[in-house]
Design a protein around this ligand. Structure first.
Ligand SMILES: NC(=O)c1ccc[n+]([C@@H]2O[C@H](COP(=O)([O-])OP(=O)(O)OC[C@H]3O[C@@H](n4cnc5c(N)ncnc54)[C@H](OP(=O)(O)O)[C@@H]3O)[C@@H](O)[C@H]2O)c1
Length: 278
């Protein structure tokens, strides 16, 4: 039996219920994993609230690390006792689960279970944002604007962008988050609760805002990367104004946030994170 957190209907945190679930033996190509650490991501909130629809009942969570406790037939490359991690597969808020090995990576020595569980989804997200989506439009020295800079993705994004030679502006909601963002690669940090984001950005760079990365998953994600500076570059993506004066500024940003995250107003200090379930 595995303790699993399931939701039967969308809503607030109170909709998460602990159930005893029979996991059963692994099938062909599968292993049974005992989780040691479970990653938390903002998308878990969207799944629970219903912003992103999923079949019911479901076990929320999409990222975890653990140890293989049973191996099914026809499994190659993984054995009992291996430390593994995965992301992108619903149902991570549980003690044990079955998983196809094509979803798994080995956790190398020197990387803790908590680090592995916290880094997979956010790391892959940051990689695709910086090295795939933004790359065609950016050159070293360009400036990028990133919202939620002190969140889990934001902290990785700041480091990654700096390592690639981009100058990152991050937006945050408190001095503590500003300090965290600064430590994690952002050259400039704007506290959008006190400052007008558009005006501050215009004071930092005179370049014409160019493009906004569109994430297929929803409006909040579409705000994640605003790309600017540099020369006009061609792409199949459609033009979206990154920072239009009419829609920017603390007030406008807050009201858009309120629409996107109606039920989830609590905003603790965040960062790459995982719950240990040892
Ligand atoms: N985690 C991933 O791998 C991944 C993948 C694809 C897309 N995304 C998207 O990237 C965004 C950030 O995800 P994350 O996993 O980095 O989240 P996170 O660690 O929970 O950070 C969320 C950040 O968003 C800001 N925020 C704004 N409104 C909020 C609200 N109502 N409640 C809580 N936080 C709020 C907060 O910063 P301030 O208080 O400073 O505003 C907070 O630091 C989300 O839109 C998510 O859907 C994440």
């Amino acid at each position: 039996m595995s303790k699993s957190i399931l939701i039967h209907e969308n809503g607030g945190p109170e909709k998460m219920q602990i159930h005893d679930v029979e996991v059963g033996p692994p099938g062909p190509g599968q292993v049974k994993i005992r989780h040691t650490a479970i990653g938390l991501n903002f998308i878990d909130v969207y799944t629970r609230s219903g912003l992103y629809q999923t079949p019911m009942p479901n076990a929320v969570g999409r990222e975890a690390a653990g140890v293989i406790i049973e191996v099914g037939p026809k499994v190659k490359g993984f054995k009992k006792g291996d430390r593994v991690a995965y992301c992108g597969v619903l149902g991570a808020y549980c003690q044990e689960r079955l998983m196809g090995v094509e979803q798994l990576v080995h956790v190398p020595k020197g990387v803790s279970d908590e680090q592995a569980a916290a880094i997979m989804l956010k790391g892959m997200t940051t990689e695709y944002l910086v090295d795939q989506c933004a790359k065609p439009w950016l050159k070293k020295g360009d400036t990028v604007l990133f919202h939620a800079a002190a969140g889990g993705v934001g902290l990785l994004f700041g480091q990654w962008a700096k390592a690639r030679g981009y100058k990152a502006i991050g937006t945050v909601s408190s001095p503590e988050k500003a300090a965290l963002a600064k430590k994690n690669g952002y050259k400039w940090v704007i506290d959008y609760t006190k400052e007008n984001v558009a005006e501050k950005v215009k004071a930092i760079t005179t370049a014409e805002p160019r493009r906004l990365h569109r994430h297929p998953q929803g409006p909040r994600s579409q705000r994640q990367v605003a790309v600017q500076d540099g020369q006009e570059r061609q792409s199949e993506d459609r033009h979206r104004p990154a920072l239009s004066a009419g829609r920017s500024g603390p007030g406008a940003y807050r009201s858009r946030r309120a629409q996107d995250d109606r039920a989830d107003r609590h905003r603790p200090l965040t960062g790459p994170k995982a719950f240990s379930v040892r």
